[in-house]
Each structure stands twice: as structure tokens, then as C-alpha cells.
Ligand binder design. Structure first.
Ligand code: GRF
Length: 199
């Protein structure tokens, strides 16, 4: 059983999906040992507390990128973390950080990469672009994280149809419910198994 940390920035519904997956046995090769938020007072921290999961806030806005990554790295090492799951985490991690954690960081992106991803495609903006382009199918992707935003090896994807006339907000919820919350725990399990094999 390896230790995983979940990095969050907001609502934490993907963290909640991981917590529930641990309870239901879908996530069994990793235990969520730590939740880290880049900003204080977000609902994700409440979810961690309610689940009895240790949490930390490393305030990127106050610290700046370099100090943020330094403290993040130290906190992860101190807690014996081997798998980092970005779950609704809205910060960029630079090459100097991701190079230290090769095939150890996974991220859920709310589109079918390589569509609607990369620089500037995050949160609601993704779904607004999906609707503006008029695609009939979207979905979510879980991929390994490297220095290219949303550029790492794809682990799992799940497609979601785009109902006629749906709003960006409703599409975001639909993609989270039908895709993100399902494939993130499954991908975390696959990544944890791969890490255990390398032990
Ligand atoms: C999700 O669509 C996630 O993919 C994106 O932010 C949304 C909220 O995530 N990055 P969460 O509820 O904070 O997990």
C-alpha cells in the first residue's frame, strides 16, 4: 500500500470521489494520506477533515512559485508520499518540480485530450470552448503530469455526450459526474499498482 497526496484548489469533488473509492475498494493500492491546497478555506479542506485526512495549506499566492514548490516537495517527502493526484488543482507545476516526480503525478482534465487542453484551458473555460466549437462528444482524461500543461502520457479517458442547448455550468457538472469522478479513482489505482511493481 503506497501513500498518496491529493492536491486541491476548490470544491474538492474529485477528492471526494477518491475518498469514496477508497471506502468502496476501487482504490486499494494507495491510501490518501494527505490533502494539500494552494489556498485556504476551500471546501476540499472540509472534505478532507470530514474524512479524517491530514491536510495542509501552502499558499502559493503569498509564497510565489519557487517557494511554493519547495515547501510542497518538502511536505510530500516528510509524509512519505509516493503518488501525487491533482484533483481540481489549478496551479501550474514547473519542470523543476515535475522532473523530481517522474510518473508519480497524475491529473484529471475535463476534456478528451488532445482537444481543449493546454495553456488557458481549465475549469469552466474548457466547457465554454467545447460548446463554442459545437462538438457532440466531450469527456475527461487522466494523464501523467510533466512540464507540458496536460501533455503527459494518457492513462484513462471517458466520453460524455453533449446534450443540445446545455449550459457550460451544467456540462461541467455532467462531465464531472459521468467521467471525472469515475476515471480518476480508477487511474489512481492503476498508477499506484505501477509504483508498487517498481518497489
Ligand atoms: C473539475 O472539472 C476539475 O477537472 C477542474 O475543476 C473542476 C472542479 O474540480 N480542474 P473539484 O470539484 O475541485 O475536484
Amino acid at each position: 500500500m503506497i501513500k498518496a497526496a491529493v492536491l486541491v484548489s476548490g470544491g474538492g469533488t474529485n477528492l471526494q470521489a477518491l475518498i469514496d473509492a477508497q471506502k468502496s475498494g476501487i482504490l486499494k493500492s494507495a491510501s490518501i494520506a494527505l490533502a494539500v491546497s494552494n489556498k485556504p478555506g476551500v471546501l476540499a479542506l472540509e472534505r478532507a477533515k470530514n474524512a479524517g485526512i491530514k491536510s495542509a495549506v501552502i499558499n502559493k499566492k503569498e509564497l510565489g512559485q519557487a517557494e511554493f514548490e519547495k515547501r510542497l516537495d518538502r511536505t510530500l517527502k516528510e509524509n512519505g508520499i509516493e503518488l501525487i493526484v491533482l484533483a481540481g488543482f489549478l496551479c501550474i507545476l514547473t519542470k523543476s518540480f515535475t522532473d523530481r516526480w517522474p510518473k508519480r503525478i497524475i491529473n484529471v482534465h475535463p476534456s478528451l485530450i488532445p482537444s481543449f487542453c493546454g495553456e488557458g484551458f481549465y475549469g469552466l473555460k474548457v466547457h465554454e470552448a467545447v460548446l463554442a466549437r459545437g462538438v457532440k462528444v466531450t469527456g475527461a482524461t487522466v494523464h501523467y503530469v510533466n512540464e507540458i500543461p496536460d501533455g503527459g502520457e494518457i492513462i484513462l479517458q471517458k466520453a460524455v455526450t453533449v446534450p443540445e442547448g446545455i449550459t457550460p455550468q451544467k456540462l461541467q457538472k455532467r462531465v464531472m459526474k459521468l467521467a471525472e469522478w469515475k476515471i480518476l479513482p480508477q487511474a489512481a489505482e492503476l498508477a499506484a499498482q505501477a509504483i508498487e511493481k517498481n518497489h
